[in-house]
Design a protein around this ligand. Structure first.
Ligand SMILES: C[C@H]1O[C@H](OP(=O)(O)OP(=O)(O)OC[C@H]2O[C@@H](n3cnc4c(=O)[nH]c(N)nc43)[C@H](O)[C@@H]2O)[C@@H](O)[C@@H](O)C1=O
Length: 404
């Protein structure tokens, strides 16, 4: 099968991921239509111009909460494939305005599916679910016992402990309004497959980053500050929870994964997308400093006596046979130290360019936090998806974009 002359509808084609996907599909000869919500500003957002989409992307103005506009978008594009990426995707915003997130991500997805059903189109539909749907991951028996007691025994039971790397069969325990809205969309997709025969496929992508990533997401928060530090505009880094572990992929790997799912994925099924690496926010800071030209000698927590050496070296963890950050090996120690430091004010990174303070900003902590994410991606690998980019590649792309 080739993408040539296929009709594609991408919801959120002007978003961070949508614009990468639109560019790739246009390169492959598809007719790409982008459903875009017109704000008060320019129709051509920076994402669209960054990816040179002004000429060839066929823009359809519409809104997920307005089913008529979705029906019109289907009539205009007559899609062979629909990539449903549009969403309110910032987790903290979902805590601030939960209902707006439910409307866009939840009802918006329901509207899209129902428009396709009523209009009797039969595209393959690829839905951007999220690793956030997994939410609370069980890493120890003690943690499970504690949660079971807290949730009065209705806490979904682990298949095995630790639940790492996370498989598609893992129970879903969403921890934010955003995550809940994605669980709703995920189940709707499968229900529309089972009940109405729509060709739906769910992607549960773990975090994905790269040039042009929105400035509110942590990898951009970090690289933006590291670039400013380097050019002398600021003298410290401000951050929220340093001790959250994420499975970060390059957005380019994820959009190739979306395309593999469209071609080779099974309708009604669910696939993780990720890198099978896990790194802490702290290690993203340290790696970014290294990529910007700092040599790191030591991290100094304010407790003083404990020091972590070589924290940025990527290691292979023998338990899971996947890439782990070395800080994870020292995680217990680091957790104790960080807890102490958080109560105080932060940590210092000792570099060949002097001491860099990393300060905690309590306002950036979330009401509930997913502590660790690590994808098991063996299922999507079987249909051809792979990880081409390292964490350092992602960071370099982000730093270069900021320096442009
Ligand atoms: C897969 C998933 O991926 C993304 O969701 P996210 O993981 O919430 O992304 P993020 O970059 O906002 O946070 C990552 C971690 O970093 C911590 N963190 C520390 N300090 C700051 C900080 O200053 N800002 C932010 N934003 N986070 C911070 C924060 O507490 C969290 O643990 C979305 O694309 C979402 O749509 C999606 O589906």
């Amino acid at each position: 099968m080739s993408w040539n002359d296929k009709n594609i509808l991408i919801t959120g084609a002007d978003g961070f991921v949508g614009s990468y996907l639109a560019e790739e599909l246009l390169k492959n000869g598809s007719d790409v239509y982008g459903l875009i919500q017109r704000g008060t500003g320019d129709l051509y957002s920076k994402n669209l111009t960054d990816h040179g989409l002004e000429k060839d992307l066929k823009i359809i103005e519409g809104d997920l909460t307005d089913i008529t506009s979705l029906a019109n978008a289907l009539d205009e594009s007559e899609p062979d494939y629909v990539f449903h990426l549009a969403a309110q995707s910032f987790v903290p915003a979902s805590f601030k305005n939960p209902l707006a997130t439910q409307m866009i991500n939840g009802i918006g997805t329901a509207n899209l599916l129902d428009a396709i059903r009523i209009k009797e189109y039969n595209p393959k539909i690829i839905f951007a679910g999220s690793s956030e749907e997994y939410g609370m991951i069980i890493t120890s028996k003690e943690q499970y016992d504690h949660l079971k007691a807290q949730y009065k025994n209705i806490f979904p039971k682990p298949e095995e402990i630790p639940e790492l790397p996370i498989k598609e069969t893992n129970p879903l325990r969403p921890m934010s309004p955003y995550a809940t809205s994605k669980v709703y969309g995920d189940f709707l997709m499968r229900n529309y497959f089972n009940s109405f025969g729509l060709n739906t496929i769910v992607s549960r992508a773990f975090n994905h980053e790269g040039a042009g990533r929105g400035l509110m997401f942590v990898t951009s928060v970090i690289t933006d500050q590291v670039a400013k530090l380097k050019s002398g505009q600021i003298n410290r880094i401000k951050i929220g929870n340093l001790n959250s572990f994420k499975d970060w992929s390059h957005v380019k790997d994820i959009i190739m994964g979306y395309m593999k799912l469209a071609l080779n994925g099974k309708s009604g099924d669910v696939y993780n997308q990720g890198s099978m690496r896990t790194n802490s926010v702290l290690s993203y800071i340290l790696l970014s400093l290294e990529q910007a030209g700092y040599n790191i000698n030591m991290i100094e927590t304010f407790k003083g006596e404990k020091k972590v050496s070589n924290p940025t070296e990527i290691d292979t963890n023998p338990i899971f046979g996947v890439k782990f950050d070395k800080t994870l090996v020292d995680r217990k120690m680091l957790e104790e130290d960080l807890e102490y430091s958080i109560k105080d004010k932060g940590i210092n990174v000792l570099t060949d360019h002097g001491k860099i303070a990393v300060e905690f900003n309590p306002e950036r902590f979330r009401p509930a936090e997913v502590p660790i994410m690590l994808a098991d991606t063996r299922k999507i690998q079987k249909i051809g998806a792979k990880t081409d980019y390292s964490i350092k590649d992602i960071i370099n792309d982000q730093l270069n974009y900021l320096n442009k």
